[in-house]
Design a protein around this ligand. Structure first.
Ligand SMILES: [Zn+2]
Length: 614
């Protein structure tokens, strides 16, 4: 199997030494200054025995070779696999394969040149003047973003592509044309200003087109193709990656013009999500790039119920990522969370206009953006009639899960207070209302029956069976996926399983979406999922199925935490052998040991609580 071959061919010490020039052998382990935080004495440790790494310093993170590469390259799991496979000279089986879609990328590249040259030609003069004089976009920005223009004649682009040797089939699958009864492909962007949508690898994925007259919708996009999906792309990311890294934050806007203007005025960490709601895959990508994300909303969308809902969903998407992070990368550190904020402009202007007319206002609002939860709470009176008790109740039911998902007591207290002030109610009343609103949601989960036989997983400490059992349950019972979605991919020790879980997370556990998007998923993963589907599970009632999934999640987490304990013990052992224990290291280690113990006891309490509930 591909992932096994890859895993066997990699050595974490070798891979890490490509990045860490000061990596030194220290007894049974290797040490270096941590690449993820500033430090003078090395607290970054690699364990060749277990092929894992851990920072025992400020970032207290750890993982295996994949998570190391993900973090240091700022890429996602699938990209890390691809990169490692390439460096090991192993061919990736049908894996988001650039080569496989090479014709699509080529056709987009050709269209990009065609549109861009047309805008810069004599024919593009009026459109250029419009951009420069009416929209204030300068020539450099036009070039930098590769803006284009499509001719009014909707046959020109397809003919151009035909002349370049692309087949009719390729042209019709490009997402750039429509085909009516006569069977002749026609340019969907005809007469429009064109914004190429380019990914961080500088590949042209698709286009957005703005109408220059009042014909048709104001904006349209390339249709969905194997390489382009509006909901998983971020406009401007090709030019913003560095700005995001330097500033430590992503600023998200709604439109193409907002991004152009922001970059033109020097705000190079701005991207657009091409729709008001952030999607799960955008969130995942952003969370890899940065720990802070500011949503700068258009004035006409801020305050809409639809916007509030989409913001709530973004929060949930972020929360999912950060729960994962909590148990993986930023294991015990709350400050490593993604900080999602809202910049609210009350001037009735869009970011494009604000940046042009009042840079101070823009900067102030970005710098003083509100934490998302504060924004939702303060705007509660716009959404519910909080004068009435019924309105208060509705507001509480919506806000409760958000407050309770905070894992810092002081944060929770702060938001209880804010919520109480907003509702104009005593804080203790709000606290008990939040808790009972939440209980209402989770009541079904309560009756845990210890006597159910969960198959083979209970007795044996068998990694393979535990992981396989867990995955087969969520593959066969996709409606229970939500119970497992907070598990982290690093809890799976077997790579094939981890890949499967990663895909399930990406597609929200939906088998339909996975099958629909088959072409973009590794053959390896698909056949593994097929095997999982074939596994016989003991027959269970609905509620016992739920319990079984939950219990498996806890067991995986427990196993993962125990692994960390083992690493800690190794470091202790090694340190005393080497006699190089600094008091600072010691206190760090102690601190971490206590936190891991706490988390373990938390897992223990959760599982025994459920067991005794019946
Ligand atoms: Zn570190």
């Amino acid at each position: 199997m591909f992932s096994k071959t890859l895993k066997d061919s990699l050595d974490i010490v070798e891979v890490a030494s490509r990045y860490l020039l000061d990596l030194k052998s220290a007894g049974r382990t290797y040490k270096s200054n941590c690449p993820f935080h500033e430090e003078r004495t090395p607290s970054f440790v690699i364990f060749p025995d277990t092929q894992t790494w851990r920072c025992f310093g400020a970032c207290v993170e750890g993982g295996d070779v994949i998570s190391f590469v993900m973090k240091i390259e700022k890429i996602d799991f699938q990209q890390a696999i691809k990169l490692l496979a390439d460096s090991a000279g192993i061919e990736v089986p049908r894996y988001n394969n650039v080569e496989e879609n090479v014709e699509l990328y080529n056709i987009n590249e050709s269209a990009y040149n065609f549109f861009h040259n047309y805008l810069l030609s004599e024919n593009g003069l009026a459109a250029r003047n419009y951009m420069i004089n009416n929209r204030g976009v300068d020539k450099d920005t036009i070039t930098k973003f590769g803006l284009g223009l499509s001719p009014n004649d909707n046959r020109q682009l397809p003919r151009h592509l035909e002349n370049l040797g692309f087949s009719n089939k390729q042209i019709s699958e490009s997402g750039l044309v429509f085909i009516r009864e006569d069977g002749i492909p026609k340019d969907i962007f005809a007469g429009r200003l064109v914004f190429p949508i380019i990914d961080s690898r500088k590949k042209v994925l698709g286009f957005g087109g703005r109408s220059l007259n009042d014909n048709g919708p104001k904006y349209i996009n390339s249709s969905k193709t194997k390489i382009f999906d509006k909901s998983s792309s971020l406009y401007g990311i090709n030019l913003a990656k560095e700005g995001i890294t330097n500033s430590g934050k992503v600023v998200l806007v709604e439109g193409y013009m907002d991004v152009l203007t922001a970059h033109q005025f020097g705000y190079d960490n701005v991207v657009a999500c091409m729709g008001t709601a952030l999607t799960e895959s955008q969130v995942r990508y952003i969370s890899v790039l940065s720990k802070q994300c500011v949503l700068a909303l258009d004035s006409d969308t801020a305050g809409n119920e639809a916007t509030f809902r989409s913001i709530e969903n973004s929060w949930k998407a972020f929360e999912r990522v950060l729960v994962g992070k909590k148990n993986n990368i930023s294991l015990y550190k709350t400050s490593n969370k993604i900080d999602l904020r809202i910049a609210q402009f009350n001037s009735g202007k869009d970011p494009d206009e604000i940046i042009r007319t009042d840079k101070d206002l823009w900067e102030n609002n970005i710098d003083n953006s509100k934490p998302l939860l504060a924004y939702l709470i303060e705007n509660a009176p716009l959404r519910w009639n909080i004068i009435s008790n019924q309105g208060k109740q509705l507001a509480t039911e919506n806000i409760a899960p958000l407050i309770l998902s905070l894992d810092n007591d002081y944060d929770r207290e702060y938001y209880y207070n804010l919520f109480a002030n907003t509702l104009n109610v005593d804080i203790n009343v709000v606290k008990s209302a939040v808790i009972s609103a939440n209980r209402k949601n989770t009541n079904d989960v309560k009756n845990f029956n210890q006597k159910v036989n969960y198959g083979t997983i209970e007795s044996k400490d068998n990694s393979y069976l535990l992981e396989e059992h867990m995955l087969s349950m969520i593959v066969k019972w996709p409606h229970l996926f939500s119970l497992a979605e907070n598990a982290d991919i690093s809890w799976f020790s077997i790579w094939e399983n981890r890949q499967v879980f990663d895909i399930l997370l990406k597609y929200n556990g939906s088998q339909e979406s996975i099958i629909e998007d088959e072409v973009n998923i590794s053959q390896d993963v698909l056949s593994r999922m097929e095997d999982l589907r074939k596994i016989d599970l003991p027959s269970m009632t609905k509620s016992n199925k739920e319990k079984a999934v939950k219990q498996c999640v806890l067991k995986l987490q427990e196993r993962y935490l125990r692994g960390i304990k083992k690493e800690e013990a190794n470091v202790w052992l090694n340190k005393s052998e080497l006699n190089d224990v600094s008091s600072q290291d010691l206190s760090h280690l102690k601190e971490k040991a206590i936190i891991v113990n706490d988390m373990l006891s938390d897992v223990f309490n959760k599982s025994t609580k459920k067991n005794s509930d019946n």
